[in-house]
Design a protein around this ligand. Structure first.
Ligand code: NAP
Ligand code: MG
Length: 486
């Protein structure tokens, strides 16, 4: 057996092991016996040092012009484009998603980065007339200081890029902790910054546990902003800690996203979208559709066709070009998802497709679950209310648009939603009343582009949305200047 590759933390422009020399393993979700690498299990000391390194680099990075910062980040972007395939392979290796989806993730990251670099060149202030003569008043946007970025395993590349780029363009320095299920994707991102020659300490990355490393980088008073994407549970705990020093906080959290199907739509094209939104990345996009709310009139036709399309999805290793859906990300995901499938059965929902692990031949050692559909789901069932974060879709039948809106909103989450209809009145009514951060008409719940804001409401999000113009706004503070010039 060849020796396992050992990866390092990136701090102050150098690569380091954990000071305790401890490591943790990452395993391929398609084949759990395969350890993909060993990663630093960073200690409290390592974490404090890394914050120190970012702190030391801050004043110089703040002082250089946004144009020069853009030059550095464009060099990172060039490498990202060159290494697209390599990065995609690491994402599939660690996360399991099919390779074409990993490539889409990298392409999204490239677009997000390009957009945010340019936004960083437009840190415009205002000049504002005041009531006394010969006083010039204006505003400037300034960086906050050291910011921390914590990312999940489902978009292990795109999510951190979307946060780190505006953070750095605004003149902040950054400490980044990737999810422990996808540490090599974090490493490969740090490698881009290092190879592009980013000044030491501006960007730092360390791996380790959420409870130790994550906890410190949200609690330390030197951290001036926290941008977190992950579960609602962890996010809400972070909010309590960042409250202590009034640290600016942005949380992108869980979802239970609904797609509404009305009778006046093209069922076949709606189904194509629902299949993608429900089962791409094995239903582990935060924007995945996990509830379909369909009006009675077309419920039977829609359900039959959806089940047929679902049964034709080929589950397989993400590197296999024939696979339409890869494994879920890790043993603990398998356990949670299978638990919810059992709950759904016990609650009286009708299993219409899937429902099992895939364990034959090549798959017995992996985290494969069939794409699963429950019909006759009641709004009060757990499977209709809780985030499963897996390839499990619930179909809820309703009488009409009013009931569809009511059911779609009757939930603690508010990330995204979608409606399929050709009736403009119905679409507008839905847009007005849907309680989410982003909504769609005749497009899947997951559709998004970098130039528009992205963020949830209710228990799906806190603080300014990422991306768009708010992406960089989160990472700056205003200074108001009054200057008497006589
Ligand atoms: P998670 O368990 O909340 O972990 C997210 C990140 O937080 C990981 O890096 C984790 O580190 C770290 N962490 C864990 N405990 C922490 C603590 N006490 N303090 C600070 N950091 C801590 O979420 P996940 O399981 O990775 O991701 C799935 C969740 O993310 C789902 O709920 C999904 O909906 C949500 N999500 C939301 C969006 C969005 O934009 N709204 C996007 C993607 C995902 P370790 O890995 O070391 O535990
Ligand atoms: Mg977790």
């Amino acid at each position: 057996m060849s020796e396992l590759k050992r990866f390092k933390n990136y701090m102050d422009g150098q690569w380091f092991d954990a000071s305790t020399n401890e490591t943790f393993e990452q395993r391929n979700p398609a084949k759990l016996s395969e350890v993909t690498g060993l990663f630093p299990f960073s200690s409290k000391d390592d974490t404090l040092k890394i914050i120190e390194s970012a702190q030391k680099a801050f004043s110089d990075w703040k002082a250089i012009s946004p144009a020069k910062r853009a030059d550095y980040l464009r060099s990172v972007l060039v490498l990202m484009v060159q290494r697209k395939d390599e990065i995609s392979k690491i994402i599939t290796l660690e996360n399991g998603k099919i390779i074409s989806d990993s490539l889409s993730e990298v392409n999204s990251a490239i677009n997000e980065m390009g957009f945010q670099i340019n936004e960083g060149l437009r840190l415009f202030g205002e000049t504002i007339p005041v009531s006394i003569e010969e006083v010039f008043a204006y505003t400037v946007k300034e960086p906050l200081g050291v910011v921390s970025v914590i990312s999940p395993w489902n978009f292990p590349f795109n999510v951190p890029v979307r946060k780190i780029t505006p953070a750095l363009m605004a003149g902040n320095t950054c400490v980044f902790k990737p999810a422990s299920l996808t540490p090599q994707t974090g490493y490969i991102l740090a490698k881009l910054f290092d190879d592009a020659g980013i000044p030491a300490g501006v960007f730092n990355m360390l791996t380790g546990s959420g409870n130790e490393v994550g906890n410190i980088i949200v609690s330390d008073p030197r951290i001036k902003a926290v941008s977190f994407t992950g579960s609602t549970e962890v996010g809400m705990e972070i909010l309590k800690k960042t409250a202590i020093y009034a640290t600016r906080t942005q949380l992108e959290l869980g979802g239970k996203n609904a797609t509404v199907i009305l009778e006046d739509t093209d069922i076949d094209s709606a189904i194509k979208d629902v299949i993608r939104a429900a089962f791409a990345c094995s239903g582990q996009w935060c924007t995945s559709t996990s509830r379909v709310i369909v009006v009675k009139k077309v419920a039977q036709e829609f359900t039959e066709k959806l089940v047929e399309a679902t049964n034709s999805i080929i589950v397989g290793n993400g590197f296999d070009k024939k696979a339409g859906m890869g494994p879920v990300c890790g043993a603990s995901q398998v356990e949670t998802i299978m638990k919810y499938i059992e709950i759904g059965k016990k609650e009286g929902a009708k299993l219409l497709a899937g429902g099992n692990r895939v364990t034959n031949n090549d798959f017995q050692d992996g985290c494969f679950i069939e794409p699963t559909i429950f019909g006759y789901v009641n709004q009060n069932m757990k499977i209709a209310q809780e985030e499963i974060f897996g390839p499990v879709l619930s179909i809820i039948t309703v009488e009409n648009l009013e009931e569809a809106i009511e059911v779609s909103n009757d939930i603690k989450y508010g990330l995204c939603s979608s409606i399929y209809t050709n009736n403009i009145n119905h679409a507008m009514r839905f847009i007005e009343q849907t309680e989410v951060g982003l909504t769609h008409v005749n497009l899947m719940t997951s559709f998004k582009e970098p130039q528009l804001p992205f963020g949830g409401i209710k228990e799906s999000g806190v603080g300014l949305p990422e991306a768009g113009k708010t992406g960089i706004e989160f990472f700056i503070k205003y200074k108001t200047v009054y200057m008497k010039y006589t």
